[in-house]
Design a protein around this ligand. Structure first.
Ligand code: UD1
Ligand code: UDP
Length: 408
């Protein structure tokens, strides 16, 4: 009795660093942080923010009430990919030097995720990757995220794949099954967490009349669309408000100057087109709940929309998140002005087409991903397989993927 008591006190809790730097990483790490806080007797978390984003990150941290233990404060104006990569690598290395981590957890496909993973690898600190295994198989779409995610995967010991398709991508790359757990995407947990904190029913952003118009919510910021393609997207928005008098477009514009400059020059002062600053997560989810249709090239927004049963037109040529389109809840439509207008017009005019895309469960997760991830970590520290049981809900879509392969 006495012995086990003192063993308990002598056993050191594993110390796990969680690194994040951009808006989507913070949103998707927040529920994992909450879960770790609940289980702090088993694992000691250390929160490391690179602050690759400043304002858009702080907006998220404030909503979730999270204060990083270390803030590397790396954002500079209009930063280059190589510039931010070097700064993350160097500053994370210093952070790893001053902490004694047993594992570093990264999320997703950003520069922060990839460069921090590399820094940990060079120090032989095991990496755990949340949202592992998504693949578009095109290194320039999304750019540079497809490559960031693959490179991070190479140095990862523990892969938390959100879906069965993501797991299969990892298996196909020769990663051992015992290193992979299928967990669902933590973004579904993030939405659920917020819904439990507060009703998602903010009024429309200030200055936008609530006159019963149908709202198209749009976000677009991908690097591969900068320039002509983003101009096409803006052109399509202009066409849509002209053709549909009962439509308002709300576009919270990303702070990246390469996005802002194009969008402001093409759409500023257009009637029923509302360009607004990035919204806080409560406000954004309220709008997602309230809108009629979503046009987006964002990863996270594709994954959240099915929770609110909103059809998504994906403004990309390919997606590494095929689940919603396999389930008929999203369409990958590219960035041509004509395609965007005709696809959106169909959903604005044809109630049956609209209904077909707005029914069904969210194929990305069930709201319990963070629990599975923390369980997986604890089991892994005990030398066991990361999960007892993979998340199974998704197998319907996995079958759909197989059928599509047979047909083509
Ligand atoms: C980054 C990620 C992208 C992710 C996106 C989410 C990389 C390479 N890109 O893209 O994968 O989808 O975040 O939003 O990791 N800025 C601000 N304030 C902010 C945020 C950005 O002023 O809060 C401006 C700055 O001028 C900054 C620039 O935007 O230099 C670009 O930020 P950066 O993180 O490098 O790239 P993103 O295009 O935002
Ligand atoms: N989001 C937000 N405010 C906004 C726009 C988006 O809080 O004005 C949230 C959105 O709900 C999603 C995440 O930000 O969870 C997506 O981030 P982003 O599109 O910047 O990055 P991506 O997911 O494409 O990497």
């Amino acid at each position: 009795m006495n012995g086990s008591h003192s063993d308990h006190h002598m056993r050191k809790r594993p110390v796990v660093g969680l690194v994040f730097g951009t808006r989507p990483e913070a949103i998707k790490m927040a529920p994992v942080i909450y879960e770790l806080q609940k289980r702090s007797d088993e694992i000691q978390p250390v929160l490391i923010s690179t602050s690759q984003h400043r304002q858009m990150l702080d907006q998220v941290l404030q909503v979730f009430g999270i204060t990083p233990d270390m803030d590397l404060n790396l954002m500079t104006h209009n930063q280059s990919l190589n510039g931010i990569t070097c700064r993350v690598l160097q500053a994370t290395d210093a952070a790893l030097e001053s902490t004694q981590l047993d594992c570093l957890m990264i999320q997703g496909d950003t520069t922060t995720a990839f460069a921090a993973a590399l820094a940990a690898f060079y120090r032989k600190i095991p990496v755990a990757h949340v949202e592992a295994g998504l693949r578009s198989r095109d290194i320039y779409n999304p750019y540079p995220e497809e490559v960031n995610r693959r490179l991070a995967g190479v140095v990862t010991r523990l892969h938390f794949a959100p879906t069965a398709i993501a797991r299969d991508n990892l298996l196909a790359e020769g990663i051992g099954q015992e290193k992979i757990a299928v967990t669902g995407n933590t973004v579904v947990d993030a939405v659920k967490t917020l819904m439990e904190m507060k009703a998602i029913d903010h009024p429309l952003p200030e200055g936008i009349p609530d006159d019963g118009s149908r709202i198209i919510l749009i976000t677009s910021h991908r690097r591969e669309s900068w320039g002509a393609e983003l101009e096409n997207i803006c052109g399509a928005i202009a066409d849509l408000v002209q053709s549909f008098a009962d439509v308002r477009v709300i576009y919270p514009v990303h702070m990246n100057p390469n996005v802002r400059d194009t969008v402001m020059s093409k759409l500023n002062n257009m009637e029923r087109v509302h360009l607004i600053p990035p919204m806080d997560y409560f406000g954004f989810l309220s709008l997602l709940r309230r809108c009629y249709l979503v046009l987006t090239d964002s990863g996270g927004v594709q994954e959240e929309a099915p929770t609110f049963h909103k059809p998504v037109l994906v403004l990309r040529k390919v997606t590494e998140r095929p689940e919603a389109s396999l389930m008929g809840l999203a369409r990958i439509i590219g960035t041509s002005r004509e395609a965007i207008v005709s696809e959106a017009a169909e959903l604005l005019s044809d109630p049956l087409a609209y209904r077909a895309m707005s029914e069904g469960d969210n194929p990305y997760g069930d709201g319990r991903a963070s629990e599975r991830i923390v369980d997986g970590l604890v089991r892994w520290f005990h030398g066991e397989r990361p999960v007892l049981e993979d998340w199974k809900q998704f197998h319907g879509a996995a079958r759909a993927a197989e059928q599509i392969e047979v047909l083509t």
